[in-house]
Design a protein around this ligand. Structure first.
Ligand code: 13P
Ligand code: SF4
Length: 311
């Protein structure tokens, strides 16, 4: 494995490629990457890099967003079959239907969605920015999708009426991080702090000492004055915490708290991608232009610095 990692680094240097990886990637893929982060951080990194080629170790909607935000760059996915099933739960006809029924409500879409949907939205958010952006909107009623759990979290934290679009979409990994499972882990480590992703069900979130995106959870471990933490999200985050904070203890909710799609990307596939220059993510430029405008508006409202805002 070490030999393959070394060859990947050499090839990335030779070809001038940058490797970006999500916090849920396999440990060895995280270790070989130039940058590891959450959805928002990865989008910003993709825009900031001078590299002409980006190898993106993440699921389909993340890779697509990196590609449409960077029209001049080549974005490669090491495994096109690495999909986010939740992103597939929201499609344009559903968006149109909710829009028609709620003409006065702005549509905020989660980054876990595709370019067609993003280009129809008023704003795009990530788990780290959803509540902040919605609280800034001049409307008490919001359409939000996909993910009924993040929608209910945004409603709880902003006090607004948040309608989930569609009503019953969820992440198959986080929906299984139940309150019962958290309590079972906590029986073994009663002094542990509970950290949870907002995609977890409301009963799980109620047990949490901290709720945030994958990178916010990782940072919270460094900031909270405690030794033990139960990690209410995918287990790639547990690996990252063990690497960054070796003096702290991170407990997964279960050995099976794993996103199988994120794990489809292996070192071999990253290497093959660098060697073959495949698979290039293709984007419809008209849709890309619309989606970029929505992202630009969202980043501006959040005060997020991007290469665009610095121009
Ligand atoms: P983050 O934006 O927190 O990294 O989450 C992405 C995701 O897919 C969560 O399941
Ligand atoms: Fe999608 Fe859930 Fe996997 Fe995140 S953990 S990529 S939301 S399936």
């Amino acid at each position: 494995m070490e030999d393959l990692s070394r060859r990947i680094r050499e090839k990335a240097r030779e070809t001038g490629a940058v490797i970006l990886a999500h916090n849920y990637q396999r440990p060895e893929v995280q270790d070989v990457a130039d940058f590891v982060g959450d959805s928002l951080e990865l989008s910003i990194k993709a825009m900031e890099t001078d590299a002409k080629t980006i190898v993106f170790a993440g699921v389909d909607f993340m890779v697509e967003q990196a590609a449409f935000l960077n029209p001049g760059k080549k974005v490669l996915t090491p495994e096109p079959g690495s999909i986010c099933p939740m992103a597939w739960q929201l499609d344009p006809p559903v968006v149109e239907e909710y829009r028609r029924k709620n003409p006065d409500a702005p549509l905020v879409v989660y980054v876990n969605s595709f370019i067609e949907v993003k280009s129809m939205a008023d704003y795009v958010v990530t788990s780290s920015s959803a509540s902040k952006l919605v609280s800034k909107l001049d409307s008490e009623k919001i359409l939000f999708g996909p993910d009924r759990n993040l929608a209910s979290y945004v409603a709880e934290t902003t006090g607004k009426e948040v309608i989930a679009v569609p009503l019953n979409s969820y992440c198959p990994v986080h929906v299984n991080i139940t309150a019962d499972k958290i309590l079972a882990v906590k029986r073994g480590v009663p002094d542990a702090k509970v950290l949870a992703h907002p995609e977890c069900p409301p009963e799980t979130r109620r047990l949490a000492d901290f709720i945030g995106s994958t990178s916010q959870i990782i940072r919270a471990v460094g900031e909270i004055n405690a030794k033990r933490f139960i990690i209410g999200t995918e287990n790639g985050v547990v690996y990252r915490i063990s690497k960054l904070y070796p003096d702290k203890e991170a407990y997964p909710v279960g050995e099976d708290t794993v996103c199988p799609n994120m794990k489809k990307i292996t070192l071999e596939k990253v290497y093959r991608s660098l060697i073959s220059g495949e698979t290039v993510v293709k984007i419809d430029e008209k849709l890309a232009e619309k989606a970029r405008r929505v992202l630009e508006r969202s980043f501006a409202l959040l005060g997020v610095e991007t290469p665009w805002s610095r121009k």
